[in-house]
Design a protein around this ligand. Structure first.
Ligand code: NAG
Ligand code: NAG
Length: 211
């Protein structure tokens, strides 16, 4: 083998003539390195795909694996304010106009007519449980109707400004879905209390409420 011979001589003893490996020799080594990296990266890609595949096998399309570890269920507040604070000036229509539009948009899918079309009319005061029956998966789960009119004065039907023009703003709180959570305890509904953090009434320039 000429290539080996040359290398042996090249790296040989004191009196050996030092010769650089021929280009033929270098190109065959280069080919080996390329082949090695090709196989190496193919192997890595295969490992990645296999790990991904196994991971995906453990996931359910409809139910997050670790959602029961939520310490406190997530909530959202509408209208969206700056850092959960709703600040506005009653006399300045533009300062709360955005909030009213935000609520209009948020509540539009809760129109009674729309709820009747999309959601189930569940019996009141009962959990609406939809179990899977054995292998037959009961998905996607259906929701109960939540009619906008149930919000009363905050429905935007009777008062289209949601009280913002009177300094009594409506703020809606929505609980994010937590699968398997049964809200309430011993037949009592969950309740939320809220109050104004600061309430300043400035008589001459209108009222300002901070919640
Ligand atoms: C819901 O009702 C409001 C007021 O009646 C209307 O402006 C809005 O377009 C409706 N939205 C849908 C999705 O039907
Ligand atoms: C929602 O409104 C519709 C139409 O008014 C009514 O038929 C339905 O019973 C209401 N649903 C609930 C849960 O109140």
């Amino acid at each position: 083998n000429r290539c080996k011979e040359q290398q042996r001589w090249g790296g040989g003893g004191l009196h050996a003539e030092i010769t650089a490996p021929s280009s033929e020799c270098r190109s065959s080594a280069g080919g080996l390195i390329t082949l090695f990296y090709l196989i190496f990266y193919l192997f890595l890609a295969g490992m990645f795909a296999l790990t991904m595949y196994i991971m995906l096998l453990t996931l359910d399309d409809y139910k997050p694996t670790w959602q029961d570890r939520l310490a406190t269920p997530g909530m959202m507040i509408r209208p969206k304010g700056n850092q959960l604070e709703i600040t506005y000036t009653v006399s300045d229509t533009e300062s709360w106009d955005g909030f009213v539009q935000n609520l209009d948009l948020f509540l539009s899918p809760y129109n009674d007519s729309f709820q009747v079309q999309t959601n189930d009319n569940c019996p009141p005061d009962q959990y609406f449980i939809q179990e899977d029956s054995g292998e037959v998966r009961n998905n996607p789960k259906r929701s109960c109707q939540f009619n906008r009119t149930m919000l009363g004065d905050c429905s935007g039907m009777s008062d289209r400004f949601y009280g913002y023009n009177r300094g009594q703003p409506c703020i809606l709180i929505k609980l994010n879905r937590v699968i398997g959570m049964l809200p309430g305890k011993d037949g009592e509904s969950p309740y939320v209390t809220c109050g104004a953090k600061v309430c300043r009434i400035v008589v001459d320039s209108g009222a300002s409420a901070v919640l």
